[in-house]
Design a protein around this ligand. Sequence first.
Ligand code: MN
Length: 231
Amino acid sequence: MRFLFTPPATVSVPVVGRSERFPVHRIYCVGRNYEEHAKEMGFTGREPPFFFLKPADAVVAVEAGQTGAIAYPGLTQNLHHEIELVVAIGTGGKNIKAVDAHKHIFGYAVGLDMTRRDLQGEMKKQGRPWCIGKAFDHSAPIGPITPAAQAGDVSQAEIHLQVGGKERQHSNVAKLIWNIAETIEHLSAAWELQPGDLIYTGTPEGVAAVVPGDTMVGEVQGLGTLTVKVL
Ligand code: MN
């Protein structure tokens, strides 16, 4: 096959203990999936899960032990961090039941759903899509993927984020409103999941702004740390 121009390289994420990398297909994100974060965004009660996407090339894959870097994006004065547990899909499927969801999971990683909060807020107010607030270049930093068998019980894992050595976000994955299996059930009813899909499962409370020069250190117990500097 011949192309008009060189196709972009496949986006990929390193895998703990393996030389092969995880090729990224799509990035799905769950909105408002921890109660205390939903409250800080002005919502209460359990609503059905909802989803948005980021382009695969929004990924900034950070190698184990390295510090990643993202440029401070344009058009915003309020770039927020959202620390999240990321689920990496190894086996695709549609209409997956929650009880079978574990069979589709390759592994887990620590991710950041970077958000231009001011632009997202403006779009919400106008009833317009969130893309400009959520799906911008370099908006999806992620650390190495730990295969599920080596990850321990992530459903009870502590999740936290420090900026400049000060704690900003701290919670437990057990506090997800829609747990990992339920999220996969809902998501796979709307889209056919494919190997290579990443699911950012939502952020706990404590989201706040970063500025150029800040270094974010995120951690999910059992999955190591993700360090990203804002340039
Ligand atoms: Mn998020």
